[in-house]
Design a protein around this ligand. Sequence first.
Ligand code: MLT
Length: 412
Amino acid sequence: MAFLNDNYLKLRAGYLFPEIARRVNTFCSDNPEAAKRLIRCGIGDVTEPLPSSVRTAMHAAVDEMGERSTFRGYGPEQGHEFLRHAIAENDYRSHGLEVADDEIFVSDGSKCDCGNILDVLGSRNTIAVMDPVYPVYVDTNVMAGHTGSANDSGAYAGLLYLPCTEANGFVADVPTERADIVYLCFPNNPTGSVATRAQLEAWVQYALKHESILLFDAAYEAYISQPGIPHSIYEIPGARECAIEFRSFSKNGGFTGTRCAFTVVPKSLQARTASGEKHALHPLWNRRMSTKFNGVSYIVQRGAEALYTPQGKAEVAALISHYMGNAQILRTAAIDAGMSVWGGVNAPYIWVKAPAGMNSWQMFDRMLNDANVVITPGSGFGSAGEGYFRISSFNNRANAEEVARRIKSARW
Ligand code: MLT
C-alpha cells in the first residue's frame, strides 16, 4: 500500500472556514425559519459585482479568443507582460519603489502563493507567525512537515508564535529569538491592525540582521485609509534583500471568484543552500511556476489589467469605500453595544472582544442562534484570538445595517 503524507494527520479539525460552513449548514437545516434571515459576516468574501471596466475587458478578451487571428493558447507561466508591467508600474514604480516587471509573478491567488512559496524554502527554517494568524500560514507549514504536533490550544510544536494582544495593539514586536521565515500580514487578517513605518523598519532590520525572509501578505493594502501607513514592504529600505510580497485582486477588484493575484520576488533576495552558499530565490520561484503552473487565464488577466485604467481605479475606490462604509456601521454598532473594538479603519475586518464570560465559539453560537449572524470565532485564528471574534464588512449595505441593528438590540 502507498504511504500518505503523515503531516496532514497533524492538522487540527477542518480548515476554519469550511468548519464554520459546516456548523452554519447544520443550523440552517435544523432551523429553516431562522435560516431565511441569516446574514453572513464570516469569511471575507466580496459581495459586490465585478467592476464594469473588468467586464468590458474580459468580454473583449473572450472575443479575441473566439477569432483564429487573435486566439491564444498557453500564456507565460509567470503572467502576461501587459499585466506584469501594469502591476509594477502602478503599484510600485509610480510610488517610487524599484520593482521590475519580471519580479512580478501573476497567480490564481495569494492563499495559493502563501502556501506554494514553501516549495522554494528549505525544511530547516524556524518559522514565526503572529497569533492570531491567517490559518493558511500555519497549516501549509504543518503539511510541509515543518512542525510537530498541535497541543490542546492548537499551537504546533516548532513554530514560533508571536502574540498580538491589546497591549501591543495587535502588532507583534520583533522577537528576541531568531526566526528564518516570518509571516507578516498588514493590514492584518484577522485583527485589522496595521504596522507603522517604524514597526516595519524594525522587522526589516531584524530580517537583515538574522538573514531571515519576511513573507509580507498585503492582500488588504487597498483598505489603508490613514496617511503614513506603508502599503508595501518595499517602502522600507533594505526590504528588497529580505522580503517577498503577496498581493491580490480579490479584495480590491472583487476577484475572489475570478481568481487573480501576484507575488513579488526581488532578484536581490537570497537564501542559503544546505551547504551554506547564498543563492537567489527568484530563479527558483520562476522554475517552480514554470513547472507547476500554466498561468492565469488570458481573459482573467485582461480583466485584472483593466483595474489599472482610470475607470478601473475609480471603480476600485468605490468598492473600497462601500465596504469601509459597512465597516464604519458595524464598528459603531459593536461600540454602541458596549463591546471593545479594533480594526475596521484600515481593513475590512472588525476585531471585537466577546462580552464578559463568553469565549469565541460561544460568541459564534450566540450570534448564530440569537442574531442569526455568522461571524468568525477569534480562537479559530490561534490561541491569542480566544475571547475575540471577527466581523467581516464584506456585504451589501442593507445587510450591514441589519447586522448593526441586531448587534445593538441583542442583550449581551
Ligand atoms: C478570510 O475570511 O479570512 C479570507 O476570506 C480568507 C482568504 O482570503 O482566503
